[in-house]
Design a binder for this molecule. Structure first.
Ligand SMILES: Nc1ncnc2c1ncn2[C@@H]1O[C@H](COP(=O)(O)OP(=O)(O)OP(=O)(O)O)[C@@H](O)[C@H]1O
Length: 488
């Protein structure tokens, strides 16, 4: 059961209280709230919090538009109640309820007493990321070890915590145990206490065993677990946007390892869209690039999964700077064109079907890239025999065979068709450039990802007629722009 508030309350069907057809009548909101809350009570008694979280997400994403800072609207109250249903324990919920009365925008519950009341924060550093150190802390009552991430309070930090919190109940997402809002030296911080994963991150684990390629079976298992988390996020309209081996955490170093997705620093879900909310532009008239933006964010995750799979199967990434630079123009161009190779030495033992999955994940055109639902259905992930159409196997010695073993990929080329000439960059990779150390490559991969994210963040350019900078005003007064008459 899912509530889609947008669908259930149709503004055009709603009795209007004033001239604004986009404002819901208070009666209708009250009726709707009562029904929702009755259903929520029912759900609260018996359903897993995962569901409630997804409900909460739905509620916040559709309702926050109407909540204002200074007034306690009935909708805000509803949102709070929905969100509180998703909290981890009853005490947490009560405290959060008090707190959230002051903070309508925050849709995750947090403590405002000192973290040190509940946890002993140790000097032990578990990991270092771009946003700071991840420290170890111990629950004062149970003695259990946790990881502590401290973020300077900001809208970005709140978004990270909120989106992580909403998905944290999934078995392949790092679980959040507590969130605190504390002030240190006048600086307001958000502190996230999360489960400690003893196996560390996947990159360190992979490097720790000498970057020896994993078997397809093992990679399939990792992708099955992380893919499940990504599917969960994508179904909730959330894009992670920073999937890389450092952000995949391992419960242990053994075969029973559970893989979990962490670090939501770049996670995103569709934001309030000014264009869509404005009464003059209803969703019926919204252009595809506005409606489809989230899909591009999500497809960025699929590209990253392709890169992760590639690295795990051969020990180096598909794209890197040959000069060891952070992000060389050549590397940028290869990413843009989708030029990478499957060099024989490492890739001959890998099946064609697995290589094809990578090809479909590393498609340069996001709309052609495999979706998470498609990925979860491939035999490598399901562990079952492939039921999709088999890939034609090239005849030994034929032109087809030579080109397919080079595996230079261009999205415009048919996967089994002969490639007339292998680009120089790909030949360079094939000829055995010593791959730089994985960690430094990962930095490059991170930058490439940055490039990709930025590429899909849409920029709103005002139409010249609406723009009103002083420079433009001066220019307008000096030059009269001739009207061009188009004759068809
Ligand atoms: N729950 C955890 N259990 C064990 N190790 C962890 C945990 N959380 C983080 N780490 C370690 O700390 C490192 C940095 O964590 P995290 O990615 O959350 O920080 P960040 O500053 O957001 O990093 P990034 O540079 O990816 O943005 C991870 O790569 C991992 O090695």
């Amino acid at each position: 059961m899912m509530f889609d508030l947008d669908e259930e309350i149709d503004p055009l069907e709603t009795p209007q209280t004033d001239n604004n057809p986009f404002r819901f009548s208070p009666d209708l909101i009250e009726k709707h709230e009562k029904r929702l809350l009755a259903e929520m009570d029912f759900i609260h008694e018996q359903s897993p919090t995962t569901f409630q979280r997804s409900l909460c997400l739905n509620a916040t994403s559709t309702l926050e538009v109407h909540i204002s800072d200074d007034e306690e609207s009935p909708t805000a109250e509803l949102q709070r109640k929905l969100c509180l249903c998703a909290s981890l324990n009853p005490e947490f919920s009560q405290e959060a309820a008090q707190r959230s009365r002051k903070q309508s925008y925050t849709s995750f519950p947090y403590h405002d007493h000192q973290i040190t009341d509940d946890y002993k924060v140790s000097a032990e550093i578990i990991g270092i990321g771009e946003s700071g150190k991840v420290m170890a802390c111990y629950n004062k009552t149970t003695g259990e070890k946790y990881a502590l991430k401290v973020l300077r309070d900001s809208p970005k930090a709140r978004r990270e915590v909120e989106l992580h919190y909403l998905t944290s109940n999934h078995e392949n997402v790092v679980t959040i145990h507590d969130i605190y809002e504390n002030t240190f030296d006048g600086v307001k911080c958000l502190l996230m206490v999360v489960e400690f994963l003893e196996g560390g991150d996947l990159l360190s684990q992979f490097e720790g065993q000498g970057s020896v390629p994993y078997t397809e079976k093992k990679v399939g298992e990792i992708i099955r677990q992380i893919g499940a988390a990504v599917q969960f996020l994508h179904d909730m309209n959330i894009a992670h946007r920073d999937i890389k081996l450092e952000n995949i955490l391992c419960s242990s170093k053994g075969d029973d390892c559970v893989y979990k997705l962490g670090d939501y620093g770049f996670a995103k879900r569709p934001e309030r869209n000014v264009l869509m909310e404005s009464p003059c532009c209803t969703p019926y008239y919204a252009p595809p690039e506005v409606l489809g933006r989230e899909r591009y964010d999500r497809s960025c995750d699929m590209w990253s999964l392709g890169v992760a799979m590639y690295i795990l199967l051969c020990g180096y990434p598909p794209f890197y700077s040959m000069a060891g630079l952070a992000l060389s123009p050549g590397m940028r161009a290869r990413i843009a064109k989708g030029y990478y190779a499957f060099p024989h030495e490492e890739w001959d033992p890998v099946s064609d079907s697995t290589k094809n999955i990578i090809r479909n994940l590393l498609k340069t055109n996001p709309s052609e890239r495999m979706t998470i639902h498609q990925l979860m259905f491939v035999s490598l992930v399901t562990g079952e025999p492939d039921r999709t159409t088999p890939i034609p196997i090239p005849v030994p010695g034929s032109e087809d065979e030579r080109s397919s073993s080079d595996s230079c990929h261009d999205e415009n080329m048919d996967e089994t068709r002969a490639i007339p000439e292998i680009p120089k960059s790909v030949r360079f990779l094939r000829d055995g450039v010593k791959p730089p150390r994985l960690h430094s490559i990962q930095e490059e991969v991170g930058r490439a990802l940055e490039l990709m994210r930025m590429g899909h963040d849409s920029v709103y350019v005002k139409p010249p007629k609406l723009a009103c900078t002083s420079l433009l005003a001066r220019r307008r007064s000096h030059f009269s722009i001739p009207q061009v008459q188009l004759n068809y």
